[in-house]
Design a protein around this ligand. Sequence first.
Ligand code: OOG
Ligand code: MG
Length: 257
Amino acid sequence: MDLHRIAEEIENCQLEGREMEKITLRHPALTVADAYQIQALCTERALARGDRLVGWKMGLTSVAKQRSVGVEEPIFGRLPASLELHEPVVHGHRLIHPRVEPEIAFVFKQHLGGANVTPRDVWLATECVLPALEVIDSRYQNFSFTLVDVIADNASAAGFIVGDQGYSPYHTAWDEVGVALFKNGEVMQSGTGAAVLGHPVKSVVELAHMLARDGLSIEPGMVVLTGGITEAIHVAAGDVVEARFDGLGSLTLRIEG
Ligand code: OOG
Ligand code: MG
């Protein structure tokens, strides 16, 4: 099994917004470790073209999200600079069946890594916490995949935007922050930070542990998306999505054709 070839195929689909068959149909023996290797190879291809790794994303950290895709354990993905949105607009032409979800993001001022990282270590290493919106878009037909497939497809990462205002990590109890997600003015989903593994900080702890297994870590300046607080909502060209975070303002994204 040539992991480089599989990575090339997935990355082309990511770049072109093209659907593909689940890789596990053709390669049923692929392991979770292989899938993370494929993910890493896809990112290496992007970096070779001048992209930059700006952080990590956690995925499937809430029961709502796990149920909606039928995969019951957290995963991580890589965030290249090219996925960050600097304007509240998503261009839909390279997306297949995009969804949007509200998240809490951490930005780091210190290195954080190792199998023994605790919540206290996370607070010490954190520069600020921000509200965020993530765009996900599985490259697999029908947004249907197994654990191995979704890891290889970089946890469906397709774009993200973080708020302009950063908050001190001690600004509020992040597990108590409520968020309501609107599409075209209508509320579609709501939840609180506690949906993310009980507290978003635990998602960062879990990430550090998972990264440590692969000899990786969180570096100063990196952003971490801790995982969708609610189920992701389907979006199409013309939609406007707004996430209102209690006491932290709101984030908007317009989907363009
Ligand atoms: C996997 C990615 C999940 C999250 O925040 O849970 C994710 C998927 O649902 O396609 O980004
Ligand atoms: Mg997400």
